[in-house]
Write a protein that binds this ligand. Structure first.
Ligand SMILES: CC(C)(COP(=O)(O)OP(=O)(O)OC[C@H]1O[C@@H](n2cnc3c(N)ncnc32)[C@H](O)[C@@H]1OP(=O)(O)O)[C@@H](O)C(=O)NCCC(=O)NCCS
Length: 116
């Protein structure tokens, strides 16, 4: 897990959690005053590069609500591919939860291609 800073101010966090079978899951959250400045993509690019430094890792996956346009924008800018939508049961669903979650991923090969 990483905390990102602009000058000496923390702006948010990015994390990569190892899952089974050569897969890791990416997540992030920025304080609202830092939104829409390209920082989520900048931080996510850095942590995905760091994640793929592990030769055991084949795929980075991420998940967000269908209605979370900002987070889907981050994944699109990273070059992640939207695989499918899953509708889940939640105890206290957020607005839009009925439309489900989008699962996106990028392979090591595609990530290396985006860097070159
Ligand atoms: C989602 C979140 C991380 C986006 O962070 P951000 O720093 O604003 O994203 P960026 O500025 O890097 O933008 C990435 C892309 O998404 C687009 N985007 C970001 N927010 C958007 C919004 N609200 N509506 C439409 N597009 C949006 C940007 O325009 C950009 O695409 P572009 O370069 O083609 O214009 C931030 O809003 C956040 O922390 N939200 C709350 C927590 C959250 O939803 N976390 C993810 C849970 S899965």
């Amino acid at each position: 897990m990483w905390i990102g800073h602009v000058d000496d101010q923390p702006v948010g966090w990015w994390a990569v959690w190892p899952r089974e079978g050569g897969v890791a899951e990416l997540g992030y959250r920025l304080a609202r005053r830092w939104w829409r400045q390209g920082l989520a993509v900048e931080g996510a690019s850095a942590v995905v590069t760091e994640a793929f430094a592990d030769p055991q890792l084949d795929v980075v996956r991420a998940e967000t609500m269908v209605v979370n346009t900002g987070s889907r924008g981050v994944m699109r800018r990273l070059g992640m591919r939207e695989l499918r939508t899953e509708v889940r049961e939640w105890g206290e669903p957020l607005p839009g939860a009925e439309l489900g979650e989008v699962i996106s991923e990028i392979t090591r090969q595609d990530w290396c291609r985006t860097l070159s």
